[in-house]
Design a protein around this ligand. Structure first.
Ligand SMILES: C[S@@+](CC[C@H](N)C(=O)[O-])C[C@H]1O[C@@H](n2cnc3c(N)ncnc32)[C@H](O)[C@@H]1O
Length: 395
């Protein structure tokens, strides 16, 4: 469940799972769906995966994702951009959900699409494939991609694996597993590259609404609740939509991921240093995080941009290039909102900064040991003699 203060902030209000809220267990006798190679037995899953996959058996999540036109159009455009490569080839859709991306690939001319889905929504994916007369091309397999057995290696892997703050849900390791086991050399991965950004943000209205609010509630001094409100606001990242006007410096790259060679080991713990300069006099209320993904072929990326640029310069350069050259899906505050919104780490107390003041420190994002689908975030921030350390968990 999303924190209640966030509900209704966006027309895409029902979103991806927040995994701390367990769904009720599947009814006994609910049968696995689908075609060849089905192996999923809910009993054999670890508890955190059982909860995770149950959350994806609800239609609301799929509705929110599919109605997110920025997301769905980007995938469709990427498939059309690579149509010549996909035609006559074999595709693996890792986590096909309702099967929408598999249907796009089949319609783009794929010879065969293995649509692998671990949650019960695989039943409906199978029916959708039949209803669209694609059963000859699309094979829906109900199972974890780690467990399924395909009849052949594939030319293309497509997957929509990005969670809040890019890394939440930890689905990328499943895509990397599929890449190492099933992708032919020279094959295509969509998306191919992902970049996580961060920047200090100011958001006085949000801070006043959550913390200062308690100082005068219908004429009652409830400021005894202020310490609790600060603790609550800063101990868990908040998923909400901010605008470009809330961001007070150029963003810093936390991680640039090349899906052609990134490893599961690297995913476990990501650390980055940052040093940015405030563009205005403002209180910093915390840091915003967002991401972009690109859909490039294995060779395209290095051909398009000089290799001496850093990832931020590369992204800026890419944005300037015509949309014919590359497909980019952005969740940045200045771009059209998506169901991912932005993820904000609020500080318990704001820090005042002047124009051109340096803000620097480090951030570490790691998979939780308690539940690998959760994230632990350690943020250090120094500016103008203040140093702040914030540890929080995204559950
Ligand atoms: C973000 S949804 C995307 C669904 C669909 N591809 C779309 O674009 O609408 C991710 C899907 O991947 C499935 N999934 C996640 N990890 C998986 C795994 N290891 N094996 C199979 N399915 C997985 C989830 O159950 C979920 O339905």
């Amino acid at each position: 469940m999303l924190p209640s203060n966030l509900n209704g902030h966006s027309p895409l209000a029902r979103r991806r799972p927040r995994l701390s809220a367990a769904s009720p267990p599947a009814a006994a006798g609910e049968s696995p769906a689908a075609g060849a190679g089905a192996t999923t037995a809910a009993d054999s899953l670890e508890e955190h995966d059982r909860i995770y996959f149950q959350s994806y058996s609800h239609i609301g999540i799929h509705e929110a994702m599919i109605k997110d036109r920025v997301r769905t159009d980007a995938y469709h455009s990427a498939i059309m951009h690579h149509k010549k490569f996909i035609e006559g080839k074999v595709v693996l859709d890792v986590g096909c959900g309702t099967g929408i991306l598999s249907v796009f690939c089949a319609r783009a001319g794929a010879k065969r699409v293995y649509a692998v889905e671990a949650s019960e929504i695989a039943t409906q994916a199978c029916e959708i494939v039949k209803a669209n007369n694609l059963s000859d091309q699309v094979v829906v397999i109900h199972g974890r991609v780690e467990d399924v057995d395909l009849e052949e290696k594939v030319d293309v892997i497509i997957s929509e694996w990005m969670g809040y703050m890019l890394l939440y849900e930890s689905m990328l390791p499943s895509v990397l597993f599929a890449r190492d086991k099933w992708l032919k050399p020279g094959g295509l991965i969509l998306p191919s590259h992902a970049t996580l950004f961060m920047a200090p943000i100011t958001n006085p209205e949000r801070y006043e609404g959550s913390v200062d609010f308690w100082c005068d509630v219908y004429g009652i001094d409830m400021s005894a609740l202020v310490p609790l409100a600060k603790k609550f606001t800063s101990e868990e990242p908040s998923v909400e939509t901010i605008g470009g006007e809330n961001v007070i410096s150029w963003p810093s790259v936390v991680k640039h991921i090349n899906c052609y060679n990134f490893t599961v080991e690297e995913f476990k713990c990501i650390t980055a240093k940052y040093k940015v300069s405030s563009m205005m006099l403002a209180p910093i209320h915390g840091f915003g995080f967002w991401f972009e993904v690109e859909f490039n072929g294995p060779q395209e990326y290095s051909h398009n941009v000089p290799s001496n640029l850093n990832p931020l310069e590369i992204i800026q350069k890419k944005r300037k290039q015509s949309s014919e050259d590359t497909v980019l899906l952005s969740t940045a505050p200045e771009d059209e909102p998506t169901h991912w919104q932005q993820t904000i780490l609020y500080f318990p107390d704001p820090i005042e900064v002047k124009q051109d003041q340096t803000v620097e420190g480090s951030v570490t994002v790691s998979q939780s040991k308690e539940n690998p689908r959760f994230l632990n975030i350690h943020l250090e921030c120094s500016t103008g003699g203040h140093t702040l350390v914030n540890d929080c968990a995204m559950r």
